[in-house]
Design a protein around this ligand. Structure first.
Ligand code: GLY
Length: 607
């Protein structure tokens, strides 16, 4: 208590000084205890920028953008908890990495308080007026994926702010309002447009269709503002100030809720969301039960459905435990062909199950009445027996708990966006949070929150994580079809790893990347725990994926010898960029070691 009082006095002094410089003679907010200083803004190229890995002793914050990481760093420095820091990071990401996550989207948060795990589900929900025909045209044919995304139909009721408030009520230390200070300051003062955001603005030919986005990100000639441009977002500053001071009702009712609905309903392909849908969102229990699964000498904890992430990761790793370990798994810094063959085949089996079974548990029962049936060791041993010396092509789903499935199989749909945050605070609390607006810039619809000011925030297209069609080719209903107030299936895989014997926290990690999140996260788990690499080395490993079809390997990262060996085993190989955005923090004897993905702009900070 004394400690907090002391921080409070020192920081009130700093805020008075900061406010004097930033806003002239405005009265300081007596509630505020945290000051925020805009850091130097490093210039980082997008593409592949090697990262050093970061050693810290007392705490560590890892996020996808240096300004967001710094916001979390300053909060922990000021005495904040891991959850406090995660909130500050998320608010800054809304501004500086708007293509990936934000207050218009949803998130899953895992929290470790030194003894227990709490899981918070802030997934978007389908409006009450949505049904299984949401993405069908007047002839009953599914809209193209692009038409479904770029529409009011795809927008789910945003969940991130309400979920974070629920986590803050339980694990917050600093006042809620303080956690918005960094984002409000940056939104008002402006921040330097990063190479990655700028590149995405240039590439995206649909975003300029939205009048708010066009005025915010592009000049009068329709050219994206250049790298280093000082981007201000006054509408977002105003919205965040209101949420900071009045609470989440300033987002889930009144002008913001009305503006979201107005933008969705006035789109050329309008969606069914109403103000009532938005008002109803906060009145729910955000807490759910994490799933923890033993693997080797570890206990790996992740998110339950509607995420498919943890179950798929642990199915793959569990199946591989039943196969003869290859003589060589890692050749220098590249997984061997023998190891990749086993992994890619295990991935086919896991994705076949994912596409049949995983959906929102509020609507769909797990096979054998427990999601654990998909992770049962006997079941995984049966599945492993299907893996031979050559590629199986495509896998069929299995029958966990010997249950005859009644659901059909959802075809693969592209999904790409998202961001990951890992934080360990000074008191031993940890957060692993993955957060999304789905595609880059979501539905490409922005809301100014009814402020009438330039800028605003992006509305998600999370509902395209549902199956676009309610039935499969054989006419069987798909578990992950749209239903009113249902949450779409996710691949987000926030993960916390513990020692099986002592229960000590070992690592926190996760990644963006759509369905490939599952593979990126699995790769980093294997790299750190099985191949004994540090977090940075594990993240740097080349990426690989299989969604129950051709194998996808990271372009330019695998020698011909490995590609040829996989082809000789019958694998169809596609080479792609596979832009993971892993962030991971490992506990070490001296503190923490953090890694951030060289494929994006993330960094780790701490003392
Ligand atoms: N939209 C990314 C995910 O939830 O998997």
């Amino acid at each position: 208590m004394n400690h907090l009082n002391c921080i409070s006095k020192i920081s009130i002094l700093s805020i008075l000084i900061l406010q004097f410089f930033l806003s002239g003679c405005d009265e300081p907010d007596p509630e505020t205890t945290v000051s925020y200083t805009i850091p130097e803004q490093p210039e980082m190229a997008t593409g592949y920028t090697p990262k050093p890995g970061w050693e810290t002793t007392e705490f560590a914050v890892a996020a996808a953008n240096p300004l967001a990481t710094d916001a979390g760093y300053q909060i922990v420095k000021a005495g904040g908890s891991a959850v406090d820091a995660a909130i500050a990071v998320q608010m800054v990401l809304t501004l500086v990495e708007p293509q990936s996550s934000g207050i218009g989207g949803g998130a899953f948060l895992l929290h470790w308080n030194g003894t227990d795990i709490h899981a918070y589900n802030g997934r978007e929900t389908a409006p009450s007026g949505a049904d299984e025909n949401l993405f069908l045209d007047e002839d009953g044919e599914p809209l193209s994926f692009s038409d479904a995304v770029h529409s009011g139909l795809s927008v789910g009721v945003p969940g991130t702010i309400a979920m974070l408030k629920s986590a803050h009520d339980q694990h917050g230390v600093l006042p809620w309002a303080d956690l918005f200070k960094s984002a409000i300051t940056l939104a008002e003062e402006g921040f330097s447009l990063s190479p990655r955001l700028q590149n995405q603005l240039v590439q995206d030919d649909r975003l300029p269709d939205d009048e708010i986005a066009r005025a915010l990100y592009y000049d009068e000639d329709g050219e994206a503002h250049p790298v280093g441009y000082n981007l201000r977002n006054p509408a977002l500053a105003e919205i965040l100030r209101n949420v900071a001071n009045e609470g989440i009702s300033a987002f889930y009712s009144g002008a913001v809720a009305e503006s979201i609905v107005e933008r969705i309903q006035n789109h050329s392909r309008p969606g069914p969301m109403t103000v009532k849908d938005i008002e109803a969102y906060p009145a729910q229990n955000f807490e759910t039960q994490a799933i923890c699964t033993p693997w080797k000498e570890y206990e790996i904890c992740g998110f339950p459905p509607p995420s498919s992430g943890h179950i798929a990761i642990m199915q793959m790793l569990g199946v591989m435990e039943h196969l003869e370990r290859p003589a060589e798994a890692l050749q220098d810094t590249v997984p061997s062909a023998d190891w990749l063959h086993q992994y890619l085949e295990a991935a086919k089996l896991a994705f076949a199950d994912r596409n049949r079974y995983i959906a929102d548990p509020a609507f769909v029962d797990p096979p054998g009445e427990s999601w654990e049936s998909l992770l049962d060791d006997g079941y995984l041993e049966e599945r492993a027996a299907l893996i031979g010396e050559t590629s199986m092509g495509e896998a069929d789903p299995g029958e966990p708990a010997l249950v005859k499935a009644r659901h059909g199989i959802q075809p693969l749909q592209p999904d790409k966006g998202t961001s990951h945050i890992s934080i360990n605070d000074r008191d031993g609390n940890a957060v692993s949070m993955t957060t999304t607006i789905e595609q880059g810039f979501g539905s490409r619809i922005m809301s100014d929150g009814g402020t009438g000011l330039p800028g605003g925030f992006h509305l998600n297209n999370e509902l395209t994580d549902f199956s676009r069609t309610p039935v499969d080719e054989d006419g069987r209903v798909i578990a992950n079809r749209v239903e009113p107030e249902k949450r779409p299936r996710s691949s987000m895989s926030p993960t916390l790893v513990f020692g099986k014997d002592n229960g000590n926290l070992i690592a926190s990690l996760g990644s963006p990347g759509g369905a490939a999140i599952i593979h990126y996260t699995a790769k980093a788990i294997v790299g750190m725990l099985d191949w004994e690499l540090n977090a940075q080395e594990a993240i740097d490993l080349p990426n690989f994926a299989n969604y129950n079809g051709p194998s996808v390997l990271e372009y330019g990262r695998f020698p011909d010898e490995i590609l040829d060996a996989l082809k000789a085993r019958g694998h169809e190989i596609t080479l792609q960029d596979l832009t993971s955005g892993l962030q991971a923090i490992q506990r070490t004897a001296d503190g923490y070691f953090g890694g951030a993905d060289p494929r994006r702009e993330g960094v780790v900070m701490g003392d």
